[in-house]
Design a protein around this ligand. Structure first.
Ligand SMILES: Nc1ncnc2c1ncn2[C@@H]1O[C@H](COP(=O)(O)OP(=O)(O)OP(=O)(O)O)[C@@H](O)[C@H]1O
Ligand SMILES: [Mg+2]
Length: 413
């Protein structure tokens, strides 16, 4: 029997290495890494697999119990695309067998579901965002409260999750509560829990989110919606590190890192008497402001590419990207719903598109309407030989409206 045929018949990638040099690579490894089996022979495994572990925690270097196994390890393939691999390492003869499976799709899906995002999941080229990313590792090492402000869909949860993942609390719980989605009457017990018998329906003890997040991080989303009474109680937790469950006779100590997020301007709310100033100053130790997408349009092409990749792996499609017309449209649009809206636009186009490229026809009608309007304006301007007054007349709109729309669509004369 030819053992090569046997190892080529499996879906798992296999390298046989001696002293970190690849001596043999099977067929499945080509598909996962993007490198031909022939060309990797003689190269070093860490140049080919480029995983998170290669530089410091390589099991072949540090000597661990065998077989060694780990799930969802980050690696880069030949095209510098991120891949997540389940890897197993075994000692064979004078060398090692590295056996790996491509779990990129599963890991991406699971991240989506659990909201477990890391630093490198935040896609951006904007200087302001890059500044925030530079701060995250430093923010993560401290235990100070963090306040994240930004419009809806700008990525506040993504940043909060990255802070938790990078911190020493990453092995502890990461608990989220949305202060806007819980009725005021239930809010206190959701936050602090209650003791059995605290009220008629309290048949057993109930843990609140503070207790659940013990040893980890608590994200208080939409903190602006927290009623004033509870703001006072939250302040106490921040100051004393303890809280009172409903019906309890003594306070409970907790070790929780608090991250608060808001899409409202808290300073305005303080002026209106809706947010406690003392809580604001206690929360505002580290303040991160995430700019809206319309102020960082350079991120749009990167995000489009990122979401196309993401939905390719989720839907098992091979869409290559968007047409130039679509990209122009996406660059012009204002995104009241920010990155979440862009993501939804790409996802709905994905479901509709039949070809390799997403075209204007695949876009939601409100964006297509915009494209029609732009084309009409350009046509009128051309007919009027770029005289704005005349073009406005042709379109039946005022000169100032025309001027405003030209600015919106980036049409220059
Ligand atoms: N820079 C980014 N790179 C990749 N994905 C992003 C980025 N920013 C946001 N997203 C995605 O956009 C969506 C919205 O992000 P997120 O939930 O973090 O926003 P949010 O600010 O918490 O919104 P809301 O105020 O509505 O709760 C998520 O699917 C997130 O993964
Ligand atoms: Mg959110």
């Amino acid at each position: 029997m030819d053992w090569r045929k046997l190892v080529d018949s499996t879906e798992e990638g296999i390298f046989y290495v001696e002293n970190f040099v690849i001596k043999y690579a099977n067929t499945a490894s080509e598909k996962i890494t993007g490198f031909d089996a022939g060309e990797v022979k003689g190269r070093r495994c860490f140049e080919v697999l480029r995983t998170d572990l290669c530089q410091n925690a390589c099991p072949m270097r540090i000597g661990v119990g065998l077989p060694w196994k780990e799930k969802g390890i980050f690696s880069l393939d030949r095209f510098n695309e991120e891949k997540f691999l389940d890897i197993k390492i075994e000692k064979i003869d004078k060398g090692w067998a590295i056996i790996f499976q491509d779990k990129t799709r599963e890991v991406r899906l699971a991240k989506e579901v659990r909201g477990k995002f890391q630093f490198r999941d935040i896609i951006t080229a904007s200087p302001k965002m890059l500044e925030i990313l530079r701060l995250i590792p430093r923010v993560a090492v401290s235990d100070s409260p963090v306040l994240i402000e930004g419009e809806s869909g700008t990525g506040k949860e993504l940043v909060a999750s990255a802070i938790h993942q990078m911190s020493h609390r990453s092995k502890g719980p990461y608990v989220k509560i949305n202060c806007a989605s819980i009725p005021e009457s239930l809010m206190e017990s959701e936050l602090f829990g209650y003791k059995k018998g605290a009220f008629t329906d309290a048949r057993t003890d109930k843990k609140g989110v503070f207790a659940m997040a013990h040893g980890g991080t608590l994200l208080l989303d939409e903190i602006a919606e927290l009623p004033l009474v509870l703001q006072a109680k939250l302040l106490r937790v921040l100051q004393e590190g303890e809280f009172m469950p409903l019906g309890a006779t003594s306070p409970v100590k907790v070790d929780v890192r608090i991250i608060a997020a808001t899409n409202k301007n808290l300073l305005t709310m303080i002026q209106d008497g809706k947010f406690r100033e003392d809580l604001f100053f206690r929360m505002n130790v580290i303040y991160l402001k995430i700019p809206p997408l319309r102020e960082r349009k350079e991120d749009i092409p990167l995000l489009v590419e990122h979401f196309v990749d993401l939905f390719n792996s989720i839907y098992g499609k091979q869409v290559e990207g968007v047409s130039d017309d679509v990209m122009n449209l996406l660059m012009e649009y204002d995104y009241p719903g920010n990155v979440r809206e862009l993501r939804n636009i790409i996802e709905s186009a994905f479901v509709l598109s039949a070809g390799k490229l997403i075209t204007v026809e695949d876009l939601p009608s409100y964006l297509r309407g915009q494209e029609m309007e732009r084309r009409k304006i350009e046509e009128a301007l051309r007919k009027a030989k770029w005289k704005r007054e005349q073009a406005a007349k042709l379109l039946g709109i005022s000169r100032t409206t025309l001027w405003r729309k030209m600015r919106k669509y980036g049409i220059k004369v």
